[in-house]
Design a protein around this ligand. Structure first.
Ligand SMILES: Nc1ncnc2c1ncn2[C@@H]1O[C@H](COP(=O)(O)OP(=O)(O)OP(=O)(O)O)[C@@H](O)[C@H]1O
Ligand SMILES: CC(C)(CO)[C@@H](O)C(=O)[O-]
Ligand code: BAL
Length: 350
């Protein structure tokens, strides 16, 4: 495909339609995943005793929330899928700074995983998560509560991964969910919007925190909150990175040491995009720069997309208007320690 306002490899388009079992997994893990039931795969282990209150049901959360309201305390919510790292802690710190009480949710949400994806093998370490959260403090505040529901609590009628088998109420944010990540993961944002709606309905936080690393998710969630009249304010926290620039991500646990080093080219490519933009506002030129930097260490075929989009509408741009800026985002498949490939996503704002 010509380098115009978007770069997308033919290979990734084929992959989407073939539904090859290659998402983040070795063939071995893929087989294992298909032998698991969803509830067993996404089960949260019981925690050991911890200073943080751990709530498992929506009724418990509502009761805790009523207590905060009665005391006149504001609540910040940080939704996560666990396997917590320093990037998550940055969201937690933002919430602790801005709210009287902070709740972190830990829930590996089956609805956002396609049957070909890595739900069963998604990294989980509940005890380590609680330890990290318990160590957070600032402004005389701490993480007050973790909401770690079981799958049946969030999806009482079950949640088959095949979208055609799903029944009941789901939330879609049309127009913002089909491009970029949505072009590779067609059911992803429906799953995210659905679970975020459930969390906002249960917790009714004053503020809710998301990371810029998943930038399309922030655009989708902002629109969800606006269109469905949720009372929470969405805060976006900048991306935390390793020393070499690699964006922190729970799935980095899948990477080899060599890949972690090689992946430094991803942030370098985004920084080069900013430099290219200073010379020329053409999306084509910016994208060319990104692709040529990434191919210093990775195959061109493994770049799923590099795109320049409007920050609010996600419209693909041919030229960046200096007063409006843009998002440059990308996804690249890199070698993992199982002999397969793991998708990394990243972005930068112009
Ligand atoms: N490096 C990071 N910097 C800032 N926020 C982050 C970072 N990584 C994750 N987050 C944010 O933390 C929240 C929870 O993300 P999640 O639990 O899916 O972790 P993750 O590292 O993004 O996992 P994955 O590897 O599955 O993408 C999301 O809002 C996400 O954007
Ligand atoms: C927002 C979220 C917790 C919903 O499951 C998830 O998509 C994530 O961790 O980014
Ligand atoms: N941080 C995004 C969650 C996911 O990829 O499923």
């Amino acid at each position: 495909m010509a380098l115009r306002s978007r770069w997308q490899s033919n290979r990734s388009i084929l992959r989407l339609f073939d539904l090859l079992p290659s998402y983040n997994l070795s063939p071995l893990l893929y087989t294992a995943r298909h032998n698991c039931t969803v509830a067993a795969a996404a089960e949260v282990p019981e925690s050991r005793k911890s200073p943080i209150q751990i709530l498992r049901t929506a009724a418990e959360v509502r009761s805790w929330r009523r207590e905060q309201l009665a005391k006149g305390l504001t609540v910040g919510l940080v939704p996560t899928m666990g396997a917590l790292h320093a990037g998550h802690m940055r969201l937690v710190q933002s919430s602790m700074r801005m709210n009287d009480a902070t709740m972190v949710s830990i829930f590996v949400n089956p609805a956002q995983f396609a049957p070909t994806e890595d739900l069963a093998s998604y990294p989980r370490d509940f005890d380590a998560d609680i330890e990290q959260l318990a160590a957070q403090e600032g402004d005389n505040r701490q993480v007050d509560v973790v909401f770690a529901p079981h799958v049946e609590e969030m999806y009482p009628n079950g949640i088959p991964l095949n979208i055609a088998d799903q029944k009941g109420a789901f939330v879609s944010v049309h127009g913002l969910s089909e491009q970029l990540e949505g072009s590779i993961r067609p059911q992803f944002f429906r799953g995210v919007a659905t679970v975020v709606s459930k969390l906002l309905n249960i917790v009714t936080p004053e503020r809710v925190y998301f990371g810029q690393k998943d930038i399309q998710q922030t655009v989708v969630v902002k629109r969800l909150v606006q269109d469905l009249c949720y009372g929470s304010v969405v805060h976006v926290v900048p991306t935390s990175r390793d020393a070499n620039g690699l964006a922190l991500s729970s799935r980095n646990a899948y990477l080899t040491e060599q890949t972690r080093e090689d992946a430094a080219v991803i942030y370098k490519a985004l920084q080069n995009a900013v430099m290219a933009y200073r010379q020329n506002t053409s999306a084509e030129k910016i994208i060319e720069t990104v692709v040529s930097t990434i191919t210093e260490n990775f195959n061109k075929d493994d770049i799923e997309y590099v795109c320049v989009n409007d920050k609010d509408t996600l419209e693909e741009l041919e030229t960046v208007h200096p007063l409006k800026g843009a998002i440059v985002s990308l996804a690249v498949r890199v070698p993992n320690k199982f002999g397969g490939k793991t998708r990394l996503i990243d972005n930068i704002l112009l």
